[in-house]
Design a protein around this ligand. Sequence first.
Ligand code: HEM
Length: 128
Amino acid sequence: MQVPQLTIFEQVGGAATFIRLADEFYRRIDTDPDIRGMFPADLTGAKERLGLFLIQYFGGPSTYSEQRGHPRLRMRHVPFSIGQAERDIWVGHMLGAIDSLGIEEPARTQMIEYFERGATFMINRDDS
Ligand code: HEM
């Protein structure tokens, strides 16, 4: 029997889940003294940008690119000093956010793999 292939967007419950994920992630950033200063004072826009990007990346509507153009994420992160330490904090908060929503397998592992790889790709400061 043929098993229909669902996107991660569909598997986890659509746009509402990614909006909640961005909220949970930024709630953690907001109280992290080590990393809070990298982000804008008002996190409203940042939450919205992250939520829309993730909706698009995981197979939902491409509202992010309609509003912001091609993602070019590495370029958009160049203004921020991102070393291994910042990368690890970022990933830690994203994993916390994922688990707070109870996202189920196999989507959970696929999302974590993306975030770990993607966050490493954003590193633009070599501390060695
Ligand atoms: C897979 C990993 C990551 C993804 C998918 C991601 C995604 C994004 C997106 C979509 C934006 C908004 C871009 C725009 O439209 O202007 C953004 C902004 C930002 N990211 Fe990341 N990011 C990642 C990793 C990181 C890491 C490791 C750091 C550093 C700790 C970081 C720090 C920031 C900062 C400071 C902003 C500006 C906040 C704002 O005003 O939007 N990001 N990120």
